[in-house]
Ligand binder design. Structure first.
Ligand SMILES: [Zn+2]
Length: 394
């Protein structure tokens, strides 16, 4: 072919640049060692013993051993997932920096989402049934493949779970000057939190705002009034066709913290009873219970709803909460045993600008406590799942 002058964009020339910092597998170990592969939806351990729910957002976290490389650098990766047939390949969401001079312990890695290679499984991988995950490739970004150590495969099972059926009623009250009702963001945070943290893959969700049967100032009796109103509304709506398994939850705005309604469930049912209603406050947390995002309606609502699924208080912080749940298994109300066996992962929500976040098991507390930084422990997760399954058959 004759040479011709090119017009338009210049043809890329081979270029030289400084190569990225080298990661080379330690000759003594010959491969980059894998410390663990965790398949997590809400909270998990390295044995992947927490039940996985079909069609729920799922992240695979791969932990590598910094001591198995000779020099610091970045590592990228791919997994292959399969369901009994051909494998499909998936790149990690991120790269990680590993440094043999600063070997992060496994639980330190689990406490920080930027210290694991994270893979967001696609919907096709999340149908009910067996799922195999294989770490198929490690490489330097833009560079050579790195040899992979043993234990590169995990097998897990995904189980179907019922939806959470919930109708959220914003209760509009008068504060003496004007009507106060929860902003849309509070409904959105509660909905998102339940989908991320509860043992569910889907919500049957509806929301409305109605005039409350109470006025400001709100006091200790307000939640009782709210619950009575909800119970009456629920009764009417269920007799005109709403699914009788639907939980009703009342949301009461705190009026810029001028009118805080302490949340309450009507009762704590020992058997499946979706007709038990609950109410809770909504507002901007400004650090309330360690929360610095745009709403505390999320974990607060998840707590009150937890009561309607039969969950009691673990009793933390001591002296501030009754210990009505004698079976709560973890010290200090945490989501893990003190050795950090369990670690939480919040898959995040781009629509609310919430990133993926790792939640260290000993720094986070069960949603049924009154302690800071709440998430679901495996204990509460399992208990709510069991109750949801029992309610689904009603
Ligand atoms: Zn409570």
């Amino acid at each position: 072919m004759a040479k011709s002058k090119r017009s338009g964009p210049g043809f890329p020339k081979p270029y030289r640049r400084r190569p990225p910092a080298m990661v080379t597998a330690d000759p003594a170990s010959t491969a980059l060692a894998i410390l663990g592969i965790e398949v997590v939806q809400c909270v998990q351990d390295l044995a992947n013993s927490v039940q996985l729910i079909a069609n729920k957002a799922t992240v695979v976290r791969v932990y590598l051993d910094p001591a198995s490389v000779t020099r610091a650098g970045k590592v990228a990766g791919e997994i292959a997932w399969s369901r009994g047939a051909a494998e499909a390949y998936l790149p990690a969401l991120n790269t990680i920096s590993i440094d043999p001079s600063k070997p992060a312990q496994l639980n330190q890695q689990r406490a920080d989402a930027s210290n694991s290679l994270n893979f967001k499984l696609p919907p096709e991988a999340l149908e009910a049934g067996q799922l195999r995950i294989r770490l198929s490739r490690l490489f330097q970004p833009g560079g050579a493949d790195l040899p992979i150590g043993d234990s590169a495969i995990v097998d897990v099972v995904l189980n179907k779970a019922p939806p959470l059926r919930i109708r959220v009623i914003g209760l509009r009250y008068n504060n003496g000057e004007r009507d106060v009702s929860p902003a849309a963001i509070h409904f959105a945070y509660l909905k998102s939190f339940l989908l991320r943290a509860y043992p569910i893959a889907s919500l049957e969700w509806s929301q409305i705002v109605v005039d409350a049967d109470f006025k400001a100032p709100l006091d200790e009796s307000t939640a009782d009034l709210a619950n009575a109103q909800l119970a009456a509304l629920r009764s009417r709506e269920v007799s005109s066709g709403v699914d009788a398994r639907t939980h009703y939850f009342g949301l009461v705005d705190d009026d810029g913290s001028r009118n805080f309604m302490r949340g309450k469930a009507f009762t704590i049912p020992g058997t499946p009873q979706p007709d038990v209603v609950a109410s809770g406050p909504a507002g901007v947390p400004n650090g309330f219970a360690g929360d610095r995002d745009a709403s505390y309606a999320d974990w607060y609502g998840a707590h009150e709803l937890g009561h309607t699924f039969g969950r009691y208080h673990p009793g933390f912080p001591q002296g501030q909460q009754d210990a009505s749940d004698a079976n709560f298994p973890y010290a200090n109300g945490c989501i893990s045993t003190p050795d950090g066996t369990f670690a939480g992962l919040d898959v995040g929500d781009p629509t609310l600008n919430l990133p993926i976040a790792a939640l260290a098991g000993i720094d986070h507390h069960d949603v049924m406590t009154y302690a800071n930084d709440q998430w679901l422990s495996p204990y509460t997760y399992k208990a709510i799942l069991d109750r949801l399954i029992a309610e689904d058959t009603l």
